[in-house]
Design a protein around this ligand. Sequence first.
Ligand SMILES: [Zn+2]
Length: 108
Amino acid sequence: MAEAFVTLNSEIQAKFPSISFINSNKGKTLLVADDYTFKLNKTTTRTKYWISTVNGCAAKVHTDLNNGLMKTVGYHSHLRAKEKREVREAREKMIYLKIHFLTLNIPA
Ligand SMILES: [Zn+2]
C-alpha cells in the first residue's frame, strides 16, 4: 500500500510542468500547479507549505522561500479546474443536442 502511494506521488510530481502564482480576489497569493490551486498554509525559515484550496483535499506543495517547487505531497480528491470546465461544457452540449433532437422529433 505504501509502495503504491509512493509510485502515484512520484507520477504526479513528474507530471507537474511548472508552478505559477495568482492573486485571489481576497488579495492572497495562490499557487497554481497543473491547473490546481493551493493557498499558503504556513511558512518556516526554509519552506513554504501550500495546501489545496479545496477543503478536505490532502494534496500539498512545498516550495522554498523564493517560490521554487521543492515537492508535491499526496494527491487531489477532486477534479482540476480545467477538467471541471470541460465536464460542464460537455454536459451543456449534451443538453443542447437533446433539446435539438427533441425539437426535430416533435410531430407536425
Ligand atoms: Zn486539491
